[in-house]
Design a protein around this ligand. Structure first.
Ligand code: ADP
Ligand code: 5GP
Length: 206
């Protein structure tokens, strides 16, 4: 009997998840990932101040502006961007290690970062998470209560610009119903893993 070995990737898949602040990226990822095995989220470096319940090395690597610029100068960041007045970047070393071990990685990063990643890795899979409406996005940002009014307005303005780039993504998920959005993200990961080009496609017994 010859049997294909499913999910035997020689190399991990790089997923990028973008979407306006407050749309639900972290929430959807937290629900979708545990059921998918062999996939991890990258922890970014940022100059933003930690929010009350955020921890170093869990939510972000919080650094000073000088530390960030030094990492950038050394080439330690795969991509970086200035988002709402703070720097954010993806550590390069950890990410490449995961991919080489055949582990898929998700970057939850903004549109500028996503397009830099696409230039470096044209095979990266870009997914955009959109809100069902502006009112709902505003409600979620207010509900999260992590931003003052001025910061929130800036995030909403930025969201309008980000939404105008959605056609540059491979997939669009509207996060209306949380369960459905989670299932769609899972479906995308499973579909991408099923592409023949992503699999070693060894046939046992041959
Ligand atoms: P992001 O990571 O995109 O900034 P979060 O995951 O922090 O967003 O979500 C922002 C807020 O929206 C949270 O309070 C979260 O519980 C809520 N939220 C996320 N998805 C939904 C949804 N489908 N319906 C209602 N509220 C949601
Ligand atoms: P927050 O401050 O709400 O955690 O994140 C603000 C924005 O920064 C979000 O759009 C998020 O996707 C983006 N972001 C987080 N980490 C990175 C990163 O490493 N690179 C880039 N380009 N954007 C990031």
């Amino acid at each position: 009997m010859t049997q294909p070995t499913p999910d035997a990737h020689p190399h991990g898949i790089l997923f990028v998840l973008s979407g306006p602040s407050g749309v639900g990226k972290d929430t959807v990822l937290r629900r979708a990932l545990p059921k998918l095995g062999r996939i991890r989220t990258s922890i970014s470096v940022t100059t933003r101040a930690p929010r009350p319940r955020e921890a170093f090395g869990v939510d972000y690597f919080f650094v000073t502006r000088d530390e960030f610029l030094a990492m950038q100068a050394k080439g330690d960041l795969l991509e970086h961007a200035l988002v709402h007045d703070n720097f954010y970047g993806t550590p390069r070393g950890w990410l490449l290690e995961q991919l080489q071990q055949g582990i898929d990685v998700v970057l939850a990063i903004d549109v500028q970062g996503a397009l830099q990643v696409r230039r470096l890795y044209p095979e990266a899979v870009l997914i955009f998470l959109a809100p069902p409406s502006w009112d709902e996005l505003t409600r979620r940002l207010r509900g999260r209560a992590t931003e003052d009014e001025a910061t929130m307005q800036r995030r909403l303005e930025n969201a309008r610009q980000e939404l105008s780039r959605v056609d540059e993504y491979n997939y669009l998920i509207v996060n209306d119903n949380l369960h459905e959005a989670t299932e769609r993200l899972r479906a995308i990961v499973l579909a991408e893993r099923s592409r023949p080009c992503r699999q070693e496609h060894r046939l046992q017994g041959t």
